[in-house]
Design a binder for this molecule. Structure first.
Ligand code: ZN
Length: 269
C-alpha cells in the first residue's frame, strides 16, 4: 500500500507537470495562465484533452502537433516527468526546514505540501531564468507568501520562525542589491527572488542555499572559462544568469540542507 501511495502521487504530479509547462511558456511572456486553454504555439490551434495527456500524448503524437505537424519539444514530457517526481519524491525524501528533532522525510502532509510548493516554484525559476533571463515577479511573491504562511501556520520546528524569516529576507537580497548597483553582476530579479527565498528558508538555511549556489555557479563558470581558453576566445565576457544556480541550490537544500549543516558543523567539534 505504501508503494501505491507514491504511484498515485506520481500520476497526480504528471498533471502538475503539465501545468508547469503552461507556466513556463506563459509567465515570461506576460500571458494569462488560466485562459485560453492549451494551444499549439505554432498554429495556435486548441489542443484537445486527448492530445494533452502527460507523457502519453507526446509518444502517441510522435512529438508532432496533430494539426500543423510542428515538432513538440522534448522539454514538455521532461517537465511533466519532473512534476511527477516532485510530488512523489518530496514525501519520500524531502526535509524542508531541516530540524534535527525530525527524521528526514515523511514528516507530515502539510509540511510536505509546503515543500512541494517551494520546490515547484524553484523548478519554474530554474527553467524560465535559464531560457529568458527573467525571474517572473509572481514566483518571488509566491515564495514570500509561502514563507510567511509557514511562519504563521506551521508548528515551531517545521518553519524557520518569524525572526529568522525576517532576517533572511534582507540577508542575501541586500548583498545582491549592492552588487547589482555596483558591478551589475546580479539583476533586480535576483534581488526579489532572494527576498522570497529568505522568507521561506530563514537566514540559517539561506547560508547553505547561497553556498551551494555559489559553488554550482563557480564550477560552471570555471568550466566555461577553460572552454573559452581552448577556443582561444580571450575577450568573451562570461555572463551566466545566477538565478538558475540559486534555484538549484534552493532545491538541493530541501533534500540535503540538514545533512550539509551537520557535516559542516562537525569540522568545529
Ligand atoms: Zn500546431
Amino acid at each position: 500500500m505504501e508503494a501505491l501511495k507514491y504511484v498515485v502521487l506520481f500520476v497526480f504530479g504528471l498533471a502538475f507537470g503539465s501545468f508547469f509547462n503552461v507556466l513556463i511558456y506563459r509567465l515570461p511572456r506576460d500571458l494569462s495562465v488560466v485562459s485560453p486553454g492549451s494551444y499549439c504555439p505554432h498554429c495556435k490551434k486548441h489542443i484537445r484533452w486527448y492530445d494533452n495527456i502527460p507523457l502519453l500524448s507526446y509518444v502517441i503524437l510522435r512529438a508532432k502537433c496533430r494539426y500543423c505537424g510542428a515538432p513538440i519539444s522534448i522539454r514538455y514530457p521532461l517537465v511533466e516527468l519532473v512534476g511527477g517526481l516532485i510530488l512523489a519524491g518530496i514525501p519520500f525524501l524531502g526535509s524542508l526546514w531541516g530540524d534535527t528533532n525530525v527524521p528526514v522525510g515523511r514528516v507530515n502532509p502539510i509540511h510536505d505540501a509546503f515543500a512541494i510548493a517551494v520546490v515547484s516554484i524553484f523548478f519554474l525559476v530554474l527553467v524560465i531564468d535559464f531560457e529568458h533571463q527573467i525571474i517572473p515577479d509572481q514566483l518571488s511573491v509566491a515564495l514570500f507568501a509561502i514563507g510567511w504562511l509557514g511562519v504563521l501556520f506551521l508548528r515551531p520546528g517545521f518553519s524557520p520562525g518569524w525572526l529568522s524569516s525576517l532576517i533572511g529576507m534582507f540577508a542575501l537580497s541586500i548583498f545582491f542589491l549592492i552588487f547589482a548597483m555596483a558591478i551589475g553582476g546580479f539583476g533586480i530579479g535576483d534581488v526579489k527572488l532572494a527576498v522570497g527565498m529568505g522568507a521561506v528558508y530563514g537566514w540559517q538555511q539561506l547560508i547553505v542555499v547561497a553556498m551551494l549556489s555559489f559553488v554550482a555557479g563557480g564550477i560552471v563558470a570555471a568550466i566555461y572559462a577553460v572552454y573559452l581558453l581552448f577556443r582561444r576566445k580571450y575577450r568573451t565576457r562570461i555572463q551566466i544568469p545566477f538565478g538558475p544556480y540559486l534555484a538549484l541550490g534552493a532545491i538541493v537544500s530541501v533534500f540535503f540542507a540538514q545533512r550539509i549543516m551537520d557535516w559542516y558543523l562537525a569540522f568545529f567539534k
